[in-house]
Design a protein around this ligand. Structure first.
Ligand SMILES: NC(=O)C1=CN([C@@H]2O[C@H](COP(=O)(O)OP(=O)(O)OC[C@H]3O[C@@H](n4cnc5c(N)ncnc54)[C@H](O)[C@@H]3O)[C@@H](O)[C@H]2O)C=CC1
Ligand SMILES: O=C(O)[C@H]1O[C@H](OP(=O)(O)OP(=O)(O)OC[C@H]2O[C@@H](n3ccc(=O)[nH]c3=O)[C@H](O)[C@@H]2O)[C@H](O)[C@@H](O)[C@@H]1O
Length: 680
């Protein structure tokens, strides 16, 4: 056990530091917390009063050097999902002195995090895991810029570490980076790990309730409430409890109440620290976030807790990007951020319908309005609408909040964002069916894209799944699915679970999953693009001229970070150098150099003989995206080749606006694209 920190000592068991007292937390009929702000108000308003007493930003107080900041040495993150896993990994990576343990009740998930098959794919995640989870070997890096951008394995800095030795094994112009011990762990022992932590990050799922009070819009707090109860029982006195999950506004009050109920007379600070990462760019977002938001109570203990959490982020994030607010503002800000982003997508999709009816082009409209800095150009891509696990549920959570606050106009306003999203999707599918003479019977339709957005294998609330379900009802001969990032076996399994096993071709249904885009198009009457993968883009130059095999995303070379600013390069410096060396290596560089140019990684132990992921990989011939194999964007599709595989009249329905219509029509396709018909 890590010794108690100063702040922990001043809030030992039996001592109420800030005068909190306990009351029972309201629950919904089905046992999960309702989190209605109205019912929360009914109890007591200790936290509310503290928040109201000081609504100003706490930032100045936070970084005031006179504020005593307890050192954080042990963090437990509850929830090893899309947020908990990558967030904890980056926190551990950037803070080698902090022990970070990610706990989950799902044994399979934890086993996979501890193996060569992490349960999620995110670009850059493996490199972080390989260092934080597995520790790193000593390595020697050349601390000066390369004159050329064409390094190969012989130029690898670590390969020149011998000869020409100076004292302490250093080579002129080189820096030795010491070994690093593992400080990221994954465990199913939830109670024990919570009990050892100075800071408990709660990053469990908070979906929309499907039954009971508020079904269809309120947040299902079952998992969050369960964790709160375990925290209340096992957390060490004075531990800082952090809401990382997206939760309804005023949840901190209810957490406080639950803690007080289970452990009267013990004080815990509850912080809100919502996560803003997006799937597919999680590591980039975590390494370089726009902002870190920390909400706390405005008491001295609240400020100390916020400062302690801020100190963890300060290892790699500039102070200016760490924003502090009162705890309820922070909770609400997360819901509002997602709702505003979703609203922009719905707004532009409503305009796409107007474009289709008038001949205006939605991309041109978006570009024209987006150049006004007050509007901005991001999140104005029209198409089949947003998917993913969060936008819909967070907008609905805001709707429910407004309803419970008796603000029906506000609720209706935000509900329209969801309605417009559904309208966009339905409009697209109706168009496909209409263009195919109102019947799919005997026809084959190919769906390109199963993940809810590009560069991720996250398929939650994927528009594709909804579309597959609707198309199935039309009685097609086949619905072929291809996704460049998702593993076919997993897609098949999900379709079986969420649409039904009877829909799979192997069981007599129409749906079949392909690992090859061209095979998926064989004999197809129509191709539908449902995810904006770069692989699906066509090029302005004819594929016949060779452009089809061009890389999907030619990237500018990253900057060589050397010479390092400090004698001792930071983990960020090493990561930047690794990326630089990988991207500037010649094609002949060996694979081992490309995956680990600094020769720093320890071996990942082999999986047990009965590892189900190894079996799956062997059985299906897919490698998955484990520690040894990352998803590499594939070459762009050769649409001319696809044309040859399809049946006339070669329909393509672009639900994501990734195609150049003129070029496609030149190849002979008939293209329908949301808001982009440009008939005039
Ligand atoms: N997915 C995303 O990109 C983002 C999600 N969020 C928010 O973060 C939160 C977590 O989301 P995800 O990571 O996507 O969810 P997830 O479903 O991927 O992971 C949640 C994990 O919590 C575990 N869990 C549930 N109850 C537990 C318990 N009682 N004890 C131990 N473990 C338990 C589950 O087994 C699961 O592995 C949600 O509130 C979400 O709204 C916020 C920003 C981005
Ligand atoms: O709370 C969350 O879960 C996260 O939700 C979103 O991230 P994410 O859903 O992963 O991905 P986005 O890039 O926001 O895309 C969401 C959906 O909107 C669609 N989209 C996006 C942008 C656009 O212009 N048009 C559009 O249709 C995408 O195709 C995708 O289906 C937010 O961008 C994150 O900041 C937030 O942390």
């Amino acid at each position: 056990m890590v010794p108690l920190t100063p702040s922990v000592v001043d809030s030992e068991e039996g001592v109420i530091v800030d005068g909190y007292s306990g009351y029972s937390a309201p629950t919904t009929p089905d046992g999960s917390m309702c989190f209605s702000p109205i019912s929360a108000e009914d109890g007591s308003a200790n936290l509310t009063a503290k928040v109201r007493s000081n609504g100003r930003s706490l930032t100045s107080a936070l970084f005031n050097t006179t504020t005593r900041t307890p050192p954080v040495r042990n963090i437990c993150c509850v929830g090893a999902g899309y947020v908990g896993g990558p967030t904890a990994a980056v926190v551990a990576f950037q803070n080698p002195h902090i022990r970070v343990t990610v706990v989950d009740r799902d044994e399979t998930r934890i086993r996979r995090w501890n193996s060569q098959h992490p349960p999620i794919y995110e670009p850059g995640l493996n490199d972080i895991l390989r260092v934080a989870r597995d520790g790193a070997k000593e390595c020697v890096v050349l601390n000066k810029s390369e004159e050329t951008n064409t390094l190969d394995s012989d130029d690898a800095p670590n390969s020149s570490s011998d000869g020409d030795s100076e004292r302490n094994g250093h080579v002129r112009g080189t820096t030795t980076v010491g070994t690093r011990q593992p400080n990221l762990f994954f465990s199913t022992d939830v109670a024990r790990c919570i009990g050892e932590a100075d800071v408990v990050l709660v990053a469990v799922n908070t979906p929309t309730k499907t039954r009971g009070a508020g079904a269809g819009s309120a947040t299902d707090m079952t998992a969050f409430e369960a964790v709160t109860a375990v925290v209340a029982q096992y957390a060490r006195p004075g531990a800082i409890i952090v809401e990382k999950s997206t939760v309804p506004c005023r949840t901190a009050q209810l957490v406080q109440d639950t803690l007080a109920l289970h452990r009267p007379n013990v004080h815990f600070e509850v912080l809100s620290n919502p996560e803003f990462l997006a799937a597919g760019t999680a590591i980039k977002d975590l390494l370089s976030p726009d902002r870190i938001l920390i909400g706390s109570s405005s008491t001295p203990a609240g400020h100390r807790a916020a400062a302690a959490l801020a100190s963890v982020y300060a290892s790699w994030i500039p102070q200016s990007r760490i924003i502090t607010t009162n705890v309820f503002s922070s909770e609400l800000a997360k819901l509002v951020a997602n709702s505003m982003l979703a609203q922009r997508i719905s707004s532009i999709n409503s305009i796409a319908a107007v474009c289709d009816a008038t001949g205006a082009d939605v991309d041109e409209v978006a570009s024209a309005i987006g150049s006004d800095p007050r509007i901005g150009s991001k999140f104005l891509k029209a198409g089949i609408g947003f998917g993913g696990s969060c936008f819909k549920k967070d907008v609905l959570s805001l709707v429910y909040l407004a309803e419970t606050l008796i603000l029906p106009e506000v609720a209706e306003y935000w509900r329209a964002v969801i309605m417009m999203n559904e309208y966009a999707r339905n409009r697209f599918v109706s168009r496909v069916v209409r263009c195919l003479n109102n019947t799919l019977v005997g026809k084959k339709v190919t769906v390109f894209g199963y993940a809810f957005k590009k560069d991720t294998n996250d398929t939650r609330e994927s528009p594709a799944l909804d579309i597959i379900r609707t198309l199935s009802e039309e009685g097609p001969r086949e619905i072929a699915i291809y996704d460049p990032c998702c593993i076919p076996a997993q897609m098949t399994d999900e379709i079986s679970r969420f649409v039904g096993p009877g829909f799979l071709k192997v069981n007599g249904g129409p749906v079949s999953v392909y690992g090859d885009a061209y095979a998926a198009c064989e004999g197809s009457d129509a191709v539908m693009i449902t995810t904006e993968f770069d692989e699906f883009k066509n090029t302005v130059t004819s594929p016949a001229s060779g452009a089809a095999s061009a890389p999907a995303r030619p990237k500018a070379l990253p900057v060589d970070p050397r010479p390092f600013e400090q004698d001792e390069p930071s983990e960020n410096d090493l990561l930047a150098l690794q990326t630089f060396l990988q991207r500037s290596a010649t094609a002949s560089a060996p694979k081992s150099f490309l995956s680990d140019p600094l020769n720093r990684f320890n071996l990942v132990p082999d999986c047990d003989g009965d590892c189900p992921d190894c079996h799956l990989e062997k059985a299906t011939g897919t490698t998955g995206y484990g520690a040894n194999e990352a998803y590499v964007p594939k070459a762009r599709l050769d649409w001319r080749k696809i044309y040859g595989h399809m049946r006339r009249p070669h329909w393509v329905f672009d639900g994501r606006g990734v195609l150049d219509i003129t070029e496609m029509e030149r190849l002979g396709f008939r293209v329908e694209s949301v808001g982009r018909q440009s008939r005039f």
